[in-house]
Design a protein around this ligand. Structure first.
Ligand code: FES
Length: 157
């Protein structure tokens, strides 16, 4: 499901700053793992930029992913606060539980694992975000629980 609030938040933050479209797009992708059509529509509305311009930027830079690389995109924050509080160990646990490296997806297409810069909630460090849902004060022990939570959620689909 598209997390439109992320695009709306980014639009509010970057609206008045010149040349900020790419920053807004980066911010959405950092949290969600991709920028889809609905994000582009929300951003166009929120930043008052033509939709065609946003699509031009999205398709020009192949850095941007236009659709979810997995049903659940797991973003492990590797910003300073999270790193200092041990998110490297959390990342290792995700890798070993899923049998993939960062930047990869599981064969069943359920999970994609990525590292992102500060997601803006350092007070909750170390932080991970899964499909826009934030998990604070993470420990490696929380990882299996979070994976199960999402596996269960997909069973209901
Ligand atoms: S460094 Fe991780 S939320 Fe800021």
């Amino acid at each position: 499901m598209a997390d439109t609030s992320q695009a709306a938040q980014a639009a509010t933050k970057w609206r008045k700053k010149r040349g900020s479209l790419i920053m807004a797009l980066h911010e959405i992708q950092d949290v969600k793992g991709y920028v889809d059509w609905q994000d582009a529509v929300d951003l166009a509305k929120g930043m008052n930029i033509p939709l065609a311009r946003i699509y031009e930027v999205l398709t020009f830079y192949n850095f941007f992913k236009l659709k979810a690389p997995g049903k659940a995109v797991i973003s492990v924050c590797t910003g300073t606060a999270c790193y200092l509080k041990g998110n490297d160990k959390v990342l290792e646990k995700f890798k070993s539980e899923l049998g993939i490296n960062e930047g990869e997806s599981t064969k069943d297409g359920l999970f994609h694992l990525q590292c992102v810069r500060c997601v803006g909630c350092c007070g909750l460090a170390p932080v991970c975000v899964v499909n826009g849902k934030t998990y604070g004060r993470m420990t490696p022990e929380n990882v299996p629980e979070i994976l199960n939570e999402w596996r269960e959620a997909f069973k209901e689909d």
